[in-house]
Design a protein around this ligand. Structure first.
Ligand SMILES: [Zn+2]
Length: 337
């Protein structure tokens, strides 16, 4: 089959792995905006207004990424002031103090191993091997502080229940910002699922064969094109979806979705299962090179089918609508009419 290194052309000047933000601000704000619309006139909608200081889910959806501007290695200074427009409203003296305080509380409580990220950064994802059909704690790439557990912890705080360690969520306002963001993340397939490769670029299942850290493509961050990585390709929204231009269409779609009837603590597992299912589309028809080494570890190149851009846009559209519907669903389960 003819292959095209598609991401080379789409990612002319993209970020390094450490800087990638799931969905980008546009995607998270879209998920928040869909849920804002669905909750309009509901008891949950009134709670959102009260807890967000008269803001909305769209505005607070990016807070969990903005806090990444706090640098523990620089004495917890906030170092990205003025850099991200979506973070500007949090960059008051009180707002910065709140971000610093959150990061201090959630920096090392999970005891990161050498080379692992600050705990709060790990709350945004899991790396479940795509051969699995379901998320299960204990699989390679899961932890007690992955995105499934982070959504559960935030939901517990919103229900006035104790949260498990290592989470340290201060109050309901903080929990609302976090759950809004993480529900966006859990619907980005590469924030839940990952492909594990050996040095020859062959797919392996890390839960069945011996493997080590060098086999993990880290949610696609270790899959490279000359100017970018595969994870960023999936974080980016297609042009027509940017700046909220598709919010009305996606909200309409979100209203038509059938929602699983499950207890609050089981919902994030079901959503993770959906993301793992989407990962089979993400990697469908992909080809991988042998691995090479760079400063981040093992890397592979990925080749994609020619029709890939359309597949990707369909998956993203569906995932954003589902994320908005699911965010509204869990908040209505927490604050029923
Ligand atoms: Zn995130």
């Amino acid at each position: 089959m003819k292959k095209l290194f598609l991401c080379c052309t789409l990612l002319a000047a993209t970020s390094f792995p450490q800087l990638s933000f799931a969905w980008g601000a546009d995607g998270h704000q879209t998920v928040g905006a869909i849920a804002d619309s669905l909750l309009n006139g509901t008891k949950a909608g009134a709670q959102v207004k009260a807890l967000s200081g008269d803001q909305n889910l769209e505005k607070i959806s990016v807070w969990a990424d903005c806090v990444k501007g706090v640098s523990p290695e620089k004495d917890f200074a906030y170092t990205s002031a003025g850099r991200y427009p979506e973070c500007a409203s949090f960059e008051t003296a009180n707002g910065i103090a709140a971000m610093v305080d959150y990061v201090k509380r959630n920096n090392s409580t999970c005891h990161p191993a050498t080379g692992e990220e600050s705990c709060h950064k790990q709350y945004h994802y899991a790396d479940v091997s795509l051969q699995h059909t379901h998320y299960q704690t204990g699989y390679t790439g899961t932890s007690d502080h992955d995105v499934v557990h982070a959504i559960r912890a935030a939901a517990l705080v919103l229900q006035d229940k104790p949260q498990p360690s290592p989470f340290n969520i201060k109050d309901k306002a903080e929990a609302l910002a976090l759950i809004t963001h993480y529900i966006g993340d859990i619907h980005q397939p590469l924030h839940v699922a990952s492909v594990f490769l050996n040095a020859d670029g062959k797919i392996i299942n890390p839960d069945e064969v011996a493997n080590d850290k060098s086999n993990n493509t880290v949610g696609g961050n270790a899959l490279q094109c000359p100017y970018g990585n595969f994870h960023s390709l999936w974080d980016d929204l297609p042009g027509p979806f940017k700046h909220g231009r598709m919010n009305a269409t996606l909200t309409k779609k979100a209203r038509t979705l059938g929602l699983a009837n499950a207890p609050i603590d089981q919902l994030p597992v079901l959503w993770a299962d959906d993301a793992i299912r989407d990962a089979s589309l993400v990697f469908g028809g992909a080809q991988f090179s042998k691995s090479t080494q760079n400063q981040y570890g093992s890397n592979w190149s990925i080749g994609l089918p020619l029709e890939y851009e359309k597949t990707m846009q369909n998956v993203k559209e569906d995932a954003l609508a589902r994320a908005g519907a699911h965010l509204a669903q869990i908040l209505q389960a927490i604050w029923p009419e």
